[in-house]
Design a protein around this ligand. Structure first.
Ligand code: WTA
Length: 654
């Protein structure tokens, strides 16, 4: 029994996809970038920062005097909203479409140019100021995916207020906890939004959150966009309609420049347990890395590309790759309000066809659910405009990657971007014009970023082995602290490898024989079978590589013989026959070896997922170990665990 092993390396993937010649030829960044960035990281990031417009230049690129409380571009001043909006108008691009907004009801559309955006952001900034919101105050945003959500964020940034966007699917309890933690003075919301063909109310949740907070709350106004027109309660002391205030405010507003380290936003990330952490991001370094990575990893040509990121504005992906990165780059983008299957399963593909989307960014969970539905639905649309595809949020199984690349992308390069709420922007990814990408691998660090895979002692593991993913030097868009809890910041991210000064990401990873990096999922999910530490990802990918399987979640359940045993929950593709558990189990044995063979396989209709689409393996582990359904409050759909449990009971009875 090997106890030395930090994480086993199981899956061997040999496919490689070279960049298309034409793309490589005209790419924004070429292979030389890696050596240049490594040669002088600070000079590299300083050059990236020069792409922004600064009111005052910085005096120091990286200030590491008080590690791990790093600072970037100290002394510099800029305005994030000016960089995302006004400077494009000043450059003569005011008529360029910033947002092609698509509502969920078909034909509910709006087109917003950079000039329109500038006016509306100025109006909202004036409205906030009139409500007594100023620099350093916090604005909570609880909105559907409508253009006003972006305006609400940029207006806060424009006046130096800190925004905290709370995903519209969160409960009053969750909203109240976040509003209290950041001390928000203003909440921006809407009566409701459209979801799956119906109104989904938001304002009543805000009312409930404010009531829950009572004296602990500091909210002095609620600014309400009328989106659905549904009935809502009105509190004349607090509530103000957007159309009565923002829409009538002056369109003139002079932006003030703020310090590079001025807080831009706080984004709460729950993890799977404990009090949510308020991740604090600041202005200059964050905007630099969000904008530069977006431009480089998508090979963005702002004059001709149409970009679409399907994330919700309530997640960090929406912050960095809908709002700050793309708008700082002057992009034309699609913003879609609804769900992928409303009113029909092919809705996303129709939108890509209609707007000729060329750069597309989504999550593995969405890709796998489309894969389950088969190829015919996307095949009915013309997707030939797509030229770079991105994936983020979870490891992408090689089979899902290949499906995405071929069926959706017609062979276009896929960038598998690894990053976190805490990192603010991409940390690892292939580059579409440079890297010969391997399906399922984030490949390696972005230029100017340094990562490694290390063992328990913090030593770099050799190629062919697994361990912990770490970031070995500070980066511009890094979190600055956990809001109101510096100690928790140090303990959570910097204590594990304190001696080396590494940032501990909480993910397991391996280096393959070429030294390319594969993220293997959260360290908390690692199983220990007969002394072998196995990651969930590789076994799941082996299952998904079988033509019957669309999605899989693997957990370790206590086992008298092996310590833990592999238990797999699978969703079958619509074309699969019933009764295939044995075949799937044998398939895993064949693909990665007997050690990884699932002891039990359960076919389920759905998997428990967080609201941002990540599989919650902890709940499945509880179930596999007979602890019942457990706490399902953080699930997107809390009834799913009941469904799975019922199916499991049936399977055991047989
Ligand atoms: C996971 C989302 C593998 C990982 C931007 C990370 C990934 C967590 C990838 C952060 C990827 C994200 N490959 N795993 N390309 N991207 N993850 O904070 O476990 O919502 O630590 O940020 O998602 O999730 P978060």
């Amino acid at each position: 029994m090997s106890t030395e092993e930090t994480l086993s390396n199981l899956l061997h993937e040999t496919r490689r996809f070279e960049p298309p010649a034409e793309l490589a030829e005209s790419a924004n960044v070429k292979a030389e970038v890696y050596a240049r960035a490594a040669g002088d990281r600070e000079a590299f990031w300083a050059e990236a920062a020069e792409r922004l417009t600064w009111a005052e230049p910085w005096t120091r690129v990286l200030d590491d005097d008080n590690a791990p409380f790093y600072q970037w571009f100290t002394g510099g001043k800029l305005n994030a909203a000016y960089n995302c909006v006004d400077r494009h108008v000043e450059a003569g691009l005011g008529d360029r479409v910033a947002i092609h907004w698509v509502g969920e009801p078909v034909d509910d559309k709006r087109t917003i140019t950079y000039t329109d955006l500038q006016r509306e952001v100025a109006q909202a900034a004036n409205t906030y100021a009139a409500m007594g919101v100023g620099s350093g105050d916090c604005v909570a945003i609880y909105m559907p995916m409508i253009p006003e959500a972006i305006v609400a964020m940029l207006a806060a940034a424009r006046i130096g207020a800190i925004h905290t966007v709370v995903f519209g699917g969160f409960s009053a309890e969750a909203l109240a906890a976040r509003v209290e933690d950041c001390g928000a003075k203003l909440i921006v919301t809407a009566d409701g939004g459209w979801r799956r063909g119906a109104h989904s109310a938001l304002k009543p949740t805000v009312d409930e959150a404010i009531e829950k907070l009572g004296d602990r709350g500091k909210v002095s106004n609620v600014l309400v966009v009328r989106r659905t027109g549904q009935d809502i309660d009105w509190n004349a002391d607090l509530d103000v309609w957007w159309h009565d205030s923002v829409a009538t405010a002056s369109t003139e507003h002079t932006p003030e420049a703020f310090d590079a380290e001025h807080p831009l936003y706080v984004m709460y990330t729950s993890g799977t347990t404990g009090k949510p952490k308020g991740i604090k991001h600041t202005t200059g370094g964050y905007l630099t890395q969000a904008a530069y990575t977006h431009w480089a990893q998508f090979d963005l040509k702002p004059d001709t590309d149409v970009y679409w990121c399907t994330a919700d504005i309530g997640w960090v992906t929406g912050h960095s790759y809908i709002v700050y990165g793309p708008l700082a780059n002057g992009v034309t983008q699609v913003l879609y309000e609804g769900t992928p299957d409303a009113p029909e399963r092919g809705r996303w593909w129709k939108i890509i066809e209609e707007y000729k989307v060329s750069l597309f960014y989504t999550a593995p969970t969405a890709i796998r659910s489309f894969m389950k539905q088969g190829d015919a639905i996307p095949a009915a649309c013309d997707l030939s405009s797509l030229r770079v595809l991105g994936s983020v949020g979870e490891p992408i199984n090689p089979e899902a990657y290949v499906w995405y690349k071929t069926v959706i992308g017609g062979g276009a390069p896929v960038i598998d971007t690894w990053w976190q709420t805490e990192t603010g922007a991409t940390m690892m990814t292939p580059l579409p014009g440079v890297t010969a990408a391997k399906p399922g691998s984030a490949m390696g660090a972005f230029p100017g970023i340094t990562v490694d895979v290390v063992d328990d002692e913090g030593n770099s593991v050799p190629n062919g082995s697994g361990g912990y993913l770490v970031v070995t030097s500070p980066w511009p868009s890094m979190l600055r602290t956990i809001w109101g809890d510096d100690q928790r910041y140090v303990d959570t991210y910097w204590a594990r490898f304190k001696a080396q000064g590494y940032y501990f990401a909480g993910d397991g990873a391996k280096k393959d024989e070429d030294g390319d990096i594969w993220v293997l999922g959260r360290v908390d999910d690692v199983m220990n079978v007969s002394g072998h530490r196995l990651s969930t990802t590789e076994i799941e990918s082996a299952l998904v590589s079988h033509p019957y399987v669309a999605e899989a979640a693997v957990v370790g359940a206590t086992d008298p013989d092996t310590g833990q045993a592999v238990v797999a929950y699978v969703i079958l593709r619509e074309s699969a026959p019933g009764d295939c558990e044995r075949e799937l189990s044998d398939h895993v044995r064949k693909e990665i070896g007997p050690i990884a063979k699932p002891k039990r396989i359960m076919v389920v209709p759905e998997l428990p997922k967080t609201r941002s689409g990540k599989i919650m393996r902890r709940l499945l582990r509880d179930l596999a170990e007979g602890r019942g359904v457990g706490d399902t409050t953080t699930l997107a759909d809390s009834s799913i665990m009941e469904l799975i449990a019922a199916g499991k009971a049936a399977a055991t009875d047989e």
